[in-house]
Write a protein that binds this ligand. Structure first.
Ligand code: DX5
Ligand code: ZN
Length: 234
């Protein structure tokens, strides 16, 4: 069945001094989620924002907060992010394996949020296979995490297709999100491969008209998805 692609603008590229008006702008543009990149300077080189910011964001928007944790100690911090109002929480498969990954998913679900696991570009999708039936979403990184504004890594759409294939029987409602270097030039290939949620940093916030950019990227993604569906893919 055809489902509309949703855009999750990453506020890492927003104007932090005017975040409230930037959030209002993406709401008007039809964003589906607010993507919040949490970086600790250890798991990735960059440092961004954390729990207090999520708490404040929750007060100013009704859009679901899609919180992407690129941190070394996710198990310790997950309960704080849940209390702060995160609606979706992504942990990285490179940081948590086996029973620890299960524990993270349990914590997220017990807190009433949606559970997502991400893979860096060089991590095979197989790292997610043991837990894929328990997840609400898988996040495929199409750049090396750490910075916005990087170029899309060619072939990342193959990983999207692999996730779709892996989930086909055991979790057909699983959402697939793609993050990094997505904009008008790259959205079609990831949506044709089956992506449901598109993270956009620079492609939205550095656009001349960010509101229109959200609509344009979503329209291209929807058309590509529909065409793939008609061909019998995705
Ligand atoms: C990278 C972050 C991304 C990033 C996306 O580590 O996870 O969410 O902000 O930015 P663009 O779309 O500019 O690549
Ligand atoms: Zn992200």
């Amino acid at each position: 069945m055809f489902q509309q692609v949703k855009i999750a603008p990453s506020i890492l590229s927003a104007d932090f001094m005017n975040l409230q008006s930037d959030i209002a702008m993406i709401e008007r543009g039809g964003a589906g989620y607010v993507h919040v990149d949490v970086m600790d300077g250890h798991f990735v080189p960059n440092i961004t924002i954390g729990v207090p910011h999520v708490k404040q964001l929750k007060k100013i928007t009704d859009l679901p907060l899609d919180v992407h944790l690129m941190i070394d100690n996710p198990l310790e911090q997950l309960p704080w992010f849940i209390d702060a109002g995160a609606d979706m929480l992504t942990v990285h498969a490179e940081r948590l394996e086996g029973q620890w990954l299960d524990r993270a998913i349990d914590l997220i679900h017990a807190g009433g949020a949606l559970a997502c696991v991400s893979c860096k570009p060089n991590t095979p999708i197989e790292a997610i296979a043991p837990v894929i039936s328990r997840l609400d979403m898988v996040l495929v990184m199409s750049v090396e995490p750490g910075f916005s504004g990087q170029g899309y890594i060619e072939g990342s759409e193959d990983k999207v297709a692999q996730v779709v294939e892996l989930a086909r029987d055991c979790n057909p409602d699983l959402l697939v999100e793609v993050d990094g270097g997505i904009g008008v030039k790259t959205v079609e290939r990831v949506c044709a491969a089956g992506a449901d949620v598109i993270v956009c940093g620079n492609a939205v916030f550095a656009a001349e008209d960010p509101e229109a950019a959200i609509g344009e990227i979503a329209a291209l993604g929807n058309a590509a998805r529909l065409a793939a569906l008609e061909r019998g893919h995705a």
